[in-house]
Write a protein that binds this ligand. Sequence first.
Ligand SMILES: NC(=O)c1ccc[n+]([C@@H]2O[C@H](COP(=O)([O-])OP(=O)(O)OC[C@H]3O[C@@H](n4cnc5c(N)ncnc54)[C@H](O)[C@@H]3O)[C@@H](O)[C@H]2O)c1
Length: 279
Amino acid sequence: MILKGKKGIIFGALNDQSLAWLVAEQCVAEGAQIVLTNAPVAFRMGGGIQRLAENLNCKAIPADATKVEDLEKLIDEATETLGGKIDFVLHSIGMSLNIRKNRKYTDLQYGWMQKTMDISAMSFHKLMQVLYKKEAMNDWGSILALTYIGAQRTFPHYSEMAEAKALLESFARSFGYYFGNEHKVRVNTISQSPTRTTAGSGIDSFDKFFAYAEEMSPLGNAPALDCAKYCISLFSDYTRYVTMQNLFHDGGFSNMGMSANMMDNFNFEPAKEEETVEE
Ligand SMILES: NC(=O)c1ccc[n+]([C@@H]2O[C@H](COP(=O)([O-])OP(=O)(O)OC[C@H]3O[C@@H](n4cnc5c(N)ncnc54)[C@H](O)[C@@H]3O)[C@@H](O)[C@H]2O)c1
């Protein structure tokens, strides 16, 4: 029970495929007390955040992560419910309006792009700023967000989410400095393999992304449950000096150039030697 006595807030459990859903279950299994939260619309979608809350015997509080006033209310209510300051927080939020509305990267609608940045990246800064100002984190606490290697490398169809994730990862580094100095709180991002969830499957040709990463990674794609377990390790006291990092949880994908598995997909006929015509 490596989280025994710890209190946390988990953002982003939409349905039982959500990475946050599995993290929430693992937190409770490891002895933590948690509060769940998601956008108000997720509560109306019947995906089951209330069902998860019942199963885990915890409270679920609606909050739009782009609204500072919602976040302020959430943090007040969560600290009251949990009976003290917070030890860990998971930001597991991502959404692209341009992807959802099938706009190509070369024809983006900028109003939607701003909204994408707000939901997928600025919400992380807003959350940390609210926690910081309210001094809501316990010393040696841990704040974590989920990201994807599209922040560093270009993939077709990942579109504006590439920039959103780059911004998210940068916020972890920058706020990690202030949180570390003032409160010994660590801030990291986990860069997860492609995973079949609502957000993941929203990317065009997701199955090809998934299959490509599977072929390239020596360990194969990291499953959702293993991602949840990695999150738990980062909330625990076993990782107290890890901060301002983007941590790849991807079966080795990020350090690969080419794999033998992938090469087998290109079985070209050996080039025939040109016949030389003797004079
Ligand atoms: N699935 C993958 O392949 C994959 C890979 C790497 C990283 N990630 C990241 O993992 C995180 C979780 O995604 P997931 O794959 O579990 O999908 P998901 O769709 O289950 O989770 C996304 C969550 O964001 C929430 N959300 C959207 N707008 C919000 C708002 N305004 N306020 C609060 N919450 C809001 C949704 O309600 C949902 O619960 C995302 O940051 C995603 O980019 C996913």
